[in-house]
Design a protein around this ligand. Structure first.
Ligand SMILES: [Zn+2]
Ligand SMILES: [Zn+2]
Length: 523
């Protein structure tokens, strides 16, 4: 979107509240903040190494977020969409506290798994309430809890059923799967949802007499998209700029999530924004991926199935991982990460198609034209066809990315590199250079335009490679633009730098090294 000249703000953040962190902190006897500080720093560092171009990657335990959430929930409360109700809950007398979600473990009422958590049974996947557990135990001290009554604050979600349904039906840019899944949720009947928890770690609930309660993590984490934008606007010294992104009906917001998070983005989040009574924009699209498996198995931290990002980046350049992960992005159906697949893709796409094409063109220019982009003579049909393909690729990739079809967009860019190779093989400049140097010059001029186009088009996918190509072409200062044709051209006479291969094949030996070190030492 930046490449086509849109005003973009790209935000996300570490979701730091919630029971798992609090339980871990209680067990280790440390402040939850200690754990989240460490985790956030690790994540920020990794995202930087993988070149994610966030305008703001923040965290939910920060003042801007906490203040905004408290104010928004008070608006919703004052608008009459939040009410108080007594509920029965498990209480640990030994620890002197109520036990939400994972603070309780016990026997699953469904499958009999003995270590089911209060929020969900890991064995059968059933979503649970702590009171459902047979033989419940406090996760901290192991004591048997008692049932006690406590007030909680509920968001009256059913009152938004009709508005949500209308919005889901009228939003044509939501993927069908996402729309249908969300509509089925609404159709089954929405229930009031408790927005408070008896967690100590979290955002203090702002409602009257709600001392000691915090806001349920899922209800505040989604608001982080708004607060990350507010924080960004403050950081760049234009504190009201965030409103253009959230309160202007022309703005389009796109969300990239896993499919298990769909209802939070298409039901809970929009309903909260509606309930605020302010004209917040609702999601334009929600790109929810299906599941990715690792060598045919489910990723698992405890069983060491997967590869740690810090290890991955130590083995191969960020661009290789980025390329392969977009290539296998589970956009429309589940997909699988495999080392053999990684090797095949690196060798066929990055090394053979892209790397070879670029290298052939650039070394030829260095060897036969003193490193200067040659002046073209008369264009033949095949030359014009190649330049047309370049132009068409810009339009097509832009269209595909606007629809969040990332896999296809990447494939379209790679097809241009393949077309480039075919073009060279047909035109055979290595023969022409001996018989008709002018015609060889034309071919290399056209091929060089294609290399520059590839450098520009690859920018969002593999930014380091894009940057390196532009450097070799002496185009480091050029603006990445997919709409300004003048900027695509590589002028005749431009002196390029001596190229070195941009990718190398992934050998069997190297692949073995990567495989054996996978998941051996988690950070
Ligand atoms: Zn179960
Ligand atoms: Zn206890």
């Amino acid at each position: 979107m930046r490449a086509v000249g849109e005003e973009v703000v790209f935000v996300s953040g570490s979701d730091e509240h919630g029971t798992p962190i609090e339980v871990e902190a209680a067990r280790r006897g440390v402040d939850p903040r200690e754990i989240t500080d460490r985790n956030h720093a690790i994540v920020v560092d990794l995202f930087k190494k993988f070149n994610l171009s966030f305008d703001n990657y923040t965290r939910t335990h920060n003042e801007v977020h906490i203040k905004f959430c408290q104010e928004l929930f008070m608006k919703i409360y004052n608008n009459g969409y939040i009410y108080e109700q007594e509920v029965s809950q498990l209480y640990c007398r030994n620890c002197g506290r109520f036990l939400p979600d994972r603070f309780v473990t016990g026997v699953c009422p469904s499958c009999g798994y003995p270590r089911a958590r209060g929020d969900q049974c890991e064995a059968c996947g059933r979503v649970l309430d702590p009171l459902d557990l047979v033989e419940p135990r406090c996760s901290i001290c192991g004591e048997k809890p008692v049932v006690e009554s406590s007030p909680h604050w509920f968001f009256d979600l059913p009152r938004f059923s009709e508005r949500l349904r209308n919005w889901l039906l009228s939003n044509k840019t939501l993927p069908d799967k996402v729309r249908n899944f969300s509509l089925s949720w609404v159709r089954e009947g929405l229930k009031p949802r408790s927005v408070t928890r008896d967690n100590l770690w979290g955002i203090p609930a702002p409602f009257p007499n709600a001392g000691g309660k915090t806001i349920y993590v899922w209800f505040e984490a989604v608001l982080g998209y708004v607060t990350a934008t507010i924080e960004w606007a403050e950081k760049i010294g234009q504190p009201s700029l965030w409103k253009e992104f959230w309160l202007d009906s022309e703005t389009k917001s796109a969300y990239f999530i896993g499919k298990d998070n769909i209802p939070f983005h298409t039901v809970i989040f929009p309903a909260l924004l509606m309930a605020s009574g302010e004209p917040y924009i609702l999601p334009y699209t929600v790109s929810a991926t299906e599941y990715l498996t690792f060598e045919g198995r489910k990723f698992s931290k405890s069983q060491g199935v997967g590869i740690w990002l810090d290890q991955a980046i130590a083995m191969l350049p960020a661009d290789v991982w980025r390329y392969y992960l977009v290539k296998i992005r589970p956009e429309t159906s589940d997909s699988n990460f495999s080392y053999d697949g990684l090797q095949a893709v690196v060798n066929a796409d990055l090394n053979d198609s892209l790397g070879n094409f670029v290298h052939r063109v650039l070394t030829f220019i260095v060897n036969h034209f003193d490193g200067k982009i040659p002046q073209p003579a008369l264009l033949m049909a095949e030359d014009t066809a190649m330049l047309d393909a370049v132009e068409k690729t810009f339009t097509e990739v832009n269209n595909l990315l606007s629809k969040v079809h990332e896999r296809q967009a990447l494939e379209t860019v790679m097809q241009l590199a393949r077309d480039g190779n075919v073009y060279l093989n047909r035109r055979e400049p290595w023969k022409l250079v001996k018989t008709n140097k002018q015609e060889a010059a034309t071919v290399l001029y056209v091929a060089a335009q294609t290399v520059k186009a590839l450098a520009l088009l690859l920018h969002p996918f593999i930014p380091d490679t894009s940057k390196r190509l532009l450097e070799i072409l002496s185009q480091s200062d050029v603006k990445i633009s997919w709409t300004d044709r003048k900027l695509w051209t590589l002028a005749a006479g431009t002196l390029i730098k001596k190229p070195t291969p941009i990718f190398e094949k992934l050998s069997d030996e190297k692949l073995e090294t990567i495989k054996t070190s996978q998941a051996s030492s988690p950070s």
